[in-house]
Design a protein around this ligand. Structure first.
Ligand SMILES: Nc1nc2c(c(=O)[nH]1)N[C@H]1C(S)=C(S)[C@@H](COP(=O)(O)O)O[C@H]1N2
Ligand SMILES: [Mo]
Length: 199
């Protein structure tokens, strides 16, 4: 008989309203999965309202910053949630130590391949759970899931978690990204069901 502390088993505490848990890992995106002939030519550009704009190679992302791990539940606006996903990469809080954000910067635009973008507030970007991930379950990201680098912002609907990340732009104003221009919510908190900006 087990008398230990009762585990939190009530799924409704973990799964936001109108979401269903899946054990698969759906692949969802607009556009094409990029193919990198030579990954040493890949870079991540940090720019906008920052004191030290940067261009990092993948090697630099993996060596200049400590590797950190985050295990969290993810929630796609189309209705699936996946529990206990485990990602490894660079903490956004570590990254910004290297670039010094200008005090006027209040938002970020994440730029992905093919011009895909999404926007989030600095507070969301810098949450403890936020990660720039290069690995999932200690394996490099697969091409469909964002190789070589993606954002993971698990406290927001998963569309904010840009795959194939190439740029992080710090801005004063909140500029809608790809889905946000098409009616998706500017913040996207799954617990408040911030799916769309109308209704
Ligand atoms: N570059 C890019 N990133 C993207 C998207 C996209 O269309 N392009 N779609 C988003 C959406 S809607 C979701 S649900 C997740 C899906 O990530 P997955 O395919 O790894 O499950 O990626 C997000 N990141
Ligand atoms: Mo999504």
């Amino acid at each position: 008989m087990y008398f230990g502390k009762k585990r939190k088993t009530n799924l409704s505490d973990r799964v936001p309203p109108n979401q269903n848990v899946t054990t698969t890992f759906p692949v969802l995106h607009a556009g094409n999965v990029p193919y990198y002939e030579n990954i040493s030519k890949w870079n991540l550009q940090i720019y906008g309202l920052v004191e030290h704009p940067k261009l990092y190679s993948l090697d630099e992302m993996m060596s200049l910053f400590p590797q950190e791990e985050r295990t969290n539940d993810i929630h796609c606006v189309t209705g699936w949630s996946k529990l206990d996903t485990s990602w490894q990469g660079v903490s956004t809080r570590e990254l910004v130590k290297d670039i010094n954000i200008h005090p006027n910067a209040r938002y970020v635009i994440l730029h992905a391949e093919e011009g895909w973008t999404t926007n989030l507030s600095i507070e969301d970007f810098l949450k403890e759970s936020s990660l720039l991930a290069y690995s999932f379950n200690n394996e490099p990201l697969t091409p469909e899931h964002g190789y070589p680098l993606r954002g993971v912002f698990p406290h927001l609907y998963f569309w904010k978690s840009a795959k194939w990340l190439r740029g992080i732009q710090f801005t004063e104003h909140n500029h809608p990204g790809f889905w946000e221009r098409n009616g998706y919510h500017m913040e996207g908190d799954p617990w408040k069901e911030e799916r769309f900006s109308f209704d």
